[in-house]
Design a protein around this ligand. Structure first.
Ligand code: NAD
Length: 454
C-alpha cells in the first residue's frame, strides 16, 4: 500500500496491507491474549496506559512529522492534536478505577449483590484519519483499560500513525497478543466485519457507518458509530464583541482545514449584526496562511483526500449557480497537492448542498436570519445531530435554543471542542453510542450481576 503525501502527491512510503490470512492469524492471537489481559490488575493496566502517554510525549516531534506527512495536517496542529489527546490518558488515570471496579450494591442480609464490569472481549476499532489520536484514543485506550483486546484498523490515510500506536503500546507494556494494527483500505475493514469479534466501534462517514451496522447486526454484539455532522452555529445580535465572535467562528470552521467531525459547517447570523460579522469573518480568513504543512507558520494545508476537492468545488459551484455570493476563495491553490483556498459564501440557503451536506473541508456558508425562531428552524433542518453552537451574551437565551436541538453536544460561546469528561455522542445520522466520560469508560464493558449467598 502506497502512502501519499497530500501536499506533494508523492509516494513517501510503501507498507504491506493485511489480507484474509493475516487477519485470521492476528485475530486468533488477540482472542488467546484477551483473558490473560483482563486478569492483569486494573491498576497495572491503567499504569501501562500512562506509560504509553509518556512514550508519545517523548516522541512528539517525530510522531507529529509522520502525521503531517501522511495527512497534510499543518505541523503545529499535528503537535496540538498529539499533546491535546493526552487529556484522555489523564482522564483514564483519574476516573477508570472508579467506573471499572466492581460495585457492591447490597452488603447486608443473606445475599451479597455485586456488579462486575467485564470486558466485551476482542473489539474492532475501525477508525478515521482526520484526528487519529483523538478518535483513536477515545476507543482503543478505553477498550484496553477495560480489559479488551483491540483489532485496530487505522484509516488508509493514517496507517503510519496506526503502526506507531502499535509499536508504542507494545513498548509501554500492552502484550503483543492484546493490540494489533490492521493496515489496508475498505477490503481489510470488510474482513474485520466478517470475523468473529465481540464489538464494533467505528469512526467515519455516515455511509460506511450505516453499512457496518447493517452488516454486523446479526452478530448481536455492541456497535457504536461516531459519524459526520453538519453542525450549525448561530450568532445572536447581543454578542459582546462581533469581531471576536467572527474570529472564533472562523477558527471553528477552518481549523484542520475544516476536516473535523464537529467543525462549524454552517453559520446563521442575526440580521442586525450580519454585515459587521461577515466583514470581520472574511478579513480574518484572509489572514490564514496556506502552504507547506511542514512550515510552522502554515494554518491551511492540503486536504487529506484528493476526492474531497471535487466534492467541495461542486458544492461551491452549486451554491453560486443558485445565487450565493463568493466572498473569498472558491478555487484551488498552487501547482501540486490537494489545496483549496479557504472559501466563504454568503447569500446561501437550505436548498444549496453547502448548507445541507457535510463539506468536511475549508468552505462555509453564512446566512442572515431575522430572529431566533428562524435560526432555530434552520439549525434543525438537517439529518445530522452531532453539535450545535450559539454565541450570545445571554446564557438563558442561548440555552432556550440549544435545548430544542436534537444534538449530542451543545456549545454556548464556544465550538469545535471535545472534553474527555463529557460524553461524545451523535444523534440521528451522526451516530450511535457514547465514547468519553464515565459512560464512555463503561461502553467497552458488559455488566455481570452477582448474587452471592454464603
Ligand atoms: P470513511 O467512512 O471513508 O472511513 C472510515 C474507516 O472505515 C476507514 O478506516 C476505512 O478504511 C473504513 N472502511 C471503509 N469502507 C469500509 C467497509 N465497507 N467495511 C469496513 N470498513 C470500511 O470515513 P473517513 O473519510 O475516514 O472519515 C471522515 C468521516 O468521519 C467524516 O464524515 C467525519 O465527520 C467522520 N468523523 C466523525 C467523528 C466523530 O467523532 N463523530 C470523528 C472523526 C471523523
Amino acid at each position: 500500500m502506497d502512502i501519499i503525501n497530500p501536499a506533494t502527491g508523492q509516494v513517501i512510503d510503501s507498507i504491506p496491507s493485511d489480507n484474509a490470512a493475516s487477519v485470521t492469524e492476528k485475530i486468533k492471537k488477540l482472542q488467546s491474549g484477551q483473558p490473560g489481559w483482563f486478569k492483569v490488575p486494573l491498576a497495572e493496566r491503567i499504569s501501562i496506559i500512562g506509560n504509553f502517554g509518556a512514550l508519545v510525549r517523548e516522541n512528539l516531534d517525530n510522531l507529529a512529522l509522520i502525521l503531517t506527512r501522511e495527512t497534510g495536517k499543518p505541523l503545529q496542529q499535528a503537535k496540538n492534536e498529539i499533546s491535546g489527546a493526552h487529556n484522555r490518558i489523564t482522564h483514564i488515570e483519574t476516573a477508570a478505577a472508579k467506573w471499572l471496579s466492581p460495585e457492591l450494591l447490597t452488603a447486608d442480609g443473606p445475599t451479597r449483590e455485586e456488579i462486575v464490569y467485564e470486558p466485551l472481549g476482542v473489539i474492532a476499532n475501525i477508525s478515521a484519519w482526520n484526528f487519529p489520536y483523538n478518535v483513536g484514543y477515545n476507543v482503543f485506550l478505553y477498550a484496553l483499560v477495560a480489559g479488551n483486546s483491540v483489532a485496530y484498523k487505522p484509516s488508509e490515510y493514517a496507517s503510519l500513525t496506526g503502526l506507531k500506536f502499535r509499536e508504542l503500546l507494545w513498548k509501554a507494556g500492552v502484550p503483543e497478543d492484546v493490540f494489533e494494527c490492521f493496515t489496508g483500505g475498505p477490503d481489510v475493514g470488510e474482513l474485520l466485519l466478517e470475523a468473529d469479534l465481540d464489538g464494533y466501534f467505528f469512526t467515519g462517514s455516515y455511509r460506511t457507518g450505516k453499512y457496518i451496522a447493517k452488516k454486523v447486526a446479526e452478530k448481536l454484539v455492541p456497535v457504536q458509530l461516531e459519524l459526520g455532522g453538519k453542525d450549525p452555529l448561530y450568532v445572536m445580535d447581543d454578542v459582546a464583541d462581533v469581531r471576536q465572535a467572527a474570529i472564533n467562528a472562523a477558527e471553528g470552521a477552518f481549523y484542520n482545514n475544516g476536516q473535523s467531525c464537529c467543525a462549524v459547517e454552517r453559520i446563521y447570523v442575526h440580521e442586525g449584526i450580519f454585515e459587521e460579522f461577515v466583514e470581520a469573518f472574511v478579513s480574518e480568513v484572509n489572514t490564514y496562511r496556506i502552504g507547506d504543512p511542514l512550515d510552522p507558520e502554515t494554518y491551511i494545508g492540503p486536504l487529506t483526500r484528493k476526492e474531497q476537492l471535487e466534492i467541495i468545488l461542486n458544492q461551491i459551484k452549486d451554491a453560486i449557480n443558485l445565487g450565493a455570493r463568493l466572498e473569498t476563495g472558491g478555487k484551488r491553490w498552487g501547482e501540486k497537492g490537494n489545496y483549496l483556498l479557504p472559501t466563504v459564501l454568503t447569500g446561501v440557503n437550505q436548498q444549496m448542498a453547502v448548507m445541507k451536506e457535510e463539506s468536511f473541508g475549508p468552505v462555509i456558508g453564512i446566512q442572515s436570519v431575522a430572529d431566533d425562531k428562524e435560526a432555530l428552524a434552520l439549525m434543525k433542518d438537517t439529518d445530522y445531530g452531532l453539535t450545535a453552537a450559539v454565541f450570545s451574551s445571554d446564557e438563558d437565551r442561548a440555552k432556550d435554543l440549544l435545548e430544542q436541538l436534537p444534538t449530542g453536544t451543545a456549545y454556548w460561546n464556544c465550538c469545535d471542542r471535545v472534553s474527555p469528561v463529557l460524553p461524545w455522542t451523535g444523534r440521528k445520522n451522526s451516530g450511535l453510542g457514547v465514547t468519553l466520560s464515565h459512560l464512555g469508560i463503561r461502553a467497552f464493558t458488559q455488566p455481570k450481576a452477582y448474587h452471592l449467598r454464603k
